[in-house]
Design a protein around this ligand. Structure first.
Ligand code: NAD
Ligand code: TDX
Length: 369
């Protein structure tokens, strides 16, 4: 094990990969809204179906060309990555870019290996080359990798994932994230590249792409469509409001020890079916629709292959070392999320058009009941 370097890091030029996606957008908003950061953010994103630059149109208007820059590029494109690291004198990489949807990874795993594994490897290699100095690395540089609790596999009725839980990924998505985590830690142990890593539970909140459970359910409820619950609906996820995740990432980037990994979670376990029923009540309260009529649309559909039963995170390490804990209650977070989707129909129409719509039609045109 290498000696841990200095924990304090004061980022100036931050490359956020995948900054046009759900968590990336929320992280950039969070970061540029903080008064302990006066640096620049470079959003590097390939704009796949999941990336929408319009999510940051107001940020572009306020900070574009001064503190915010958008660069369209692929994390697996070494030349383009070298260019952005050099041109913007990047000292900090916060790596969100990924293929992120488990169901898509079952239908088409190749893109997951390319972006999540090869893309992460490419970024690590580019950072290693750009930041070398003498026999080691420049002071104050940092590579933070965002990962998921899904790398740990599936829990039974009890227990929690800790930072020591052995990896046991079970979907092509989680296997590709596990591979990327191993590469990141290998760059610390082998080369001393100052990395940190976080494994977070399910996020929810504004700008969440409507293929994922919570936004999909909210929008289907508003449109009077069926509410497809996989299997028996008793799979458990630990939900965290996305802004709390952004705060955790920022805390780790600035204060986490190089070579360390941190679990991040909401301490907020819900069975899918109960969650959908609760959402029905919140949507009903806010729209005047009947909760009973919404709930009647719940349809049990074929289970996801290899569907992990339960995720639950022990996040005591980040609490103890960095003082982070979730601040938004589930009730408050769900209410904010429903209100956001009610008020942002244009955003929804935009992300559902084009590529996404065609993909859904190809793959879900005939959903098995
Ligand atoms: P997302 O799918 O909403 O966004 C991914 C973004 O990455 C998009 O903007 C997309 O255009 C971009 N991208 C994809 N391939 C790229 C490539 N080859 N080069 C450059 N950009 C590319 O994902 P998200 O939900 O925001 O997740 C972000 C990260 O957080 C991922 O690494 C994911 O594994 C991790 N994570 C997500 C959750 C969650 O609940 N959403 C939980 C834990 C960890
Ligand atoms: O229509 C649905 N019906 C349903 O029952 C969908 C889309 C999902 N589900 C279930 C499957 C899961 O048990 O809901 C749960 C949540 O599903 P997703 O929203 O697809 O999230 P999940 O598979 O848990 O993964 C998410 O959290 C961890 C993110 O997509 C990952 O990127 C992150 O790593």
């Amino acid at each position: 094990m290498r000696e841990a370097g200095s924990a304090r890091c004061e980022p100036a030029n931050v490359l956020v990969t995948g900054g046009a996606g759900f968590i990336g957008v929320n992280f950039i908003r969070y970061l540029l809204g903080r008064n302990d950061f006066d640096g620049r953010v470079i959003n590097y994103d390939a704009l796949t179906y999941a990336g929408n630059p319009a999510s940051l149109a107001d940020i572009e208007r306020e900070w574009g060309g001064t503190r915010y820059f958008f660069v369209r590029g692929d994390v697996a494109d070494r030349e383009a990555v070298d260019r952005v690291l050099g041109e913007h004198a990047i000292d900090t990489i916060v790596h969100f870019a990924a293929e992120s949807h488990v169901d898509r990874s079952i239908v088409g795993p190749e893109a997951f290996v390319r972006t999540n594994v090869t893309g992460t490897f490419t970024l690590l290699e580019a950072a290693r080359a750009a930041w070398q100095a003498g026999g080691g690395f420049r002071e104050g540089v940092r590579f933070h990798h965002i990962s998921t609790d899904e790398v740990y596999g599936s829990l039974g009725e009890t227990g929690y994932f800790t930072e020591e839980t052995p990896y046991d990924p079970r979907s092509p998505y989680s296997a590709s994230k596990a591979a990327s985590d191993h590469l990141v830690m290998a760059y610390w142990h082998t080369y001393g590249l100052p990395v940190t890593l976080s494994n977070c539970s399910n996020n929810y909140g504004p700008y969440h792409f409507p293929e994922k459970l919570i936004p999909l359910m909210i929008l289907n409820m508003l449109e009077g469509l069926e509410l497809p619950v996989y299997g028996d609906g008793r799979n458990v996820r630990d939900w965290l409001y996305v802004e709390d995740h952004a705060a955790a990432v920022w805390d780790i980037v600035r204060g986490g020890w190089p070579g360390q990994k941190y679990n991040v979670g909401g301490g907020n376990e819900w069975e899918n079916l109960r969650l959908v029923e609760r959402l029905a009540e919140i949507v009903a309260e806010r729209t005047g629709m009947s909760a009973e009529a919404i709930r009647a649309k719940i349809t049990f559909v074929r289970d996801r292959p290899g569907h992990d039963r339960r995720y639950a995170i022990d996040c005591s390490k980040i609490g103890r070392e960095l003082g982070w804990r979730p601040s938004v209650t589930f009730e408050e977070g769900l209410a904010r999320t429903v209100d956001w989707y009610l008020g942002n129909g244009d955003w929804v129409r935009e992300v559902r058009s084009g590529e996404y719509r065609r993909w859904i039609e190809r793959n879900y045109g005939t959903r098995e009941q």
